[in-house]
Ligand binder design. Sequence first.
Ligand code: OAD
Length: 253
Amino acid sequence: MHPSPPLDPGLHSTLRAARRILVLTGAGVSAESGVPTFRGSSGVQPALWEGFDPMQLATPEAFARHPEIVARWYDERRALRLTTQPNAGHHALVELERRLTSVGGEFLLATQNVDRLHHAAGSRNVEELHGSIMVWRCTRCEEEREELGPPFETHPPRCQCGAPRRPGVVWFGEALPEAAIEAATRAAEACDLFMSVGTSSIVFPAAGLIEIARANGARTLEINAEETPISRRVDWSVRGKSGEILPQLLASG
Ligand code: OAD
């Protein structure tokens, strides 16, 4: 493994001067914790699960047709998540938030991840754009509960009201939580530095936040293991693992 090249000094001065930072994260940030990504070559992609393509399980139609299978698949991922830990990339983002807020700056972490590893690391101002696998919601009375215990006994689990409960994630075809996307949009309009970390930048509306930030004059940074559609449009595109690059950025910033 080659050490990463030194980061651009202009990036360091921008990071030091920034007073409003919006960070958008994706599955790549959790890859070094052993959580599979959806795309890209992180080496931990999900395989077929009992003959199903996981991407096809992530729809309201799949849950309606195969509630037991879809609930079991999400519950297995939830239980697996409980055995994983935040990595150096998550911790570096906690430190970035601490530094910025301690001098009166504003920091928002908008994540597409459903694993709550940013919370586990200690990040405070987090918006979950795609919900969370750790929260399950009743399909009738909409009661939500965080689930940190062993796998459910029945799939799907049942609410006290008798109706099935579903994972609190956003499925394909569903709207994003309104408050979360609004907060992220406001932060994109106001930020002076936008950071895209570990996301393939192809799933909208999250992938559109960078254009809002750019249109409002923000500098832009991408950290990703591979090239993405935004790599040539950002001010700085740093190729590497977020668990290595983010701590490096903070250490010398
Ligand atoms: P993807 O799986 O699409 O992309 C992961 C990105 O992380 C890729 O660009 C990889 O190159 C990069 N990557 C992998 N390992 C990395 C590492 N150690 N450090 C830095 N980068 C790394 O994940 P997302 O962009 O999060 O939506 O996907 C967006 C959405 O698509 C997901 O939230 C999910 C999915 O469909 C829903 O479930 C609604």
